[in-house]
Design a binder for this molecule. Sequence first.
Ligand code: URA
Ligand code: SF4
Length: 208
Amino acid sequence: MNGGSRVRRSRSGPPPVERAPLKDEAMFRELEQQVNVCVKCELSKSRTNAVFGEGAEDARIMFIGEGPGQEEDVQGRPFVGRAGKLLTQMLEEIGIRREDVYITNIVKCRPPGNRDPLPKESLACRDYLMAQIAYVEPEIVCALGRVALQALLGQDVSISSIHGQGQRWKGMLFVPIYHPAAGLRSASMMKGVRDDFAKLKKIIERNQ
Ligand code: URA
Ligand code: SF4
């Protein structure tokens, strides 16, 4: 990052929680292996590759999308299709390099035909996500779109009512924003997505 917001955890102070880094890293790799062969829900039957997540494991900001799409399923990487390219671009526009954040999804396996994940599938996958959050220890969790918002906070929250606003959540700052895929649907939604990323940038700057 050149003169932009700080996106990786500071190394100057003590870590927020004492831990044995090597052991934890080995456990995290083990978690990824578990996800790759997981059969805890029906989505395992139709996936090509599970998509664990990727990015800086000491990131201050974690982005959580809904689930892998077709391209993600093929490559085994999150946000690498059209919506993913837009996410990368939106991050660059607010001065953040994709490799400095951590990116994952509510469900790690692609829902057939890109349907929404079922609540029971999100629930089956939740322990993996919570373990990722515990390991990365982000200060800010950014939910991309309605599905991620509702899976994390509860079923009846509407994205249009709280997008771009931060709230405290499990000791972190939780910021739901419009999903970049929404921006691919219309020019007005593209503006909505871009405005949300601008708000996210302000929230990040205020919190450092
Ligand atoms: N949309 C998502 O929600 N997640 C991805 O990984 C890709 C597209
Ligand atoms: Fe397992 Fe999650 Fe994939 Fe379901 S979506 S099979 S719980 S990794």
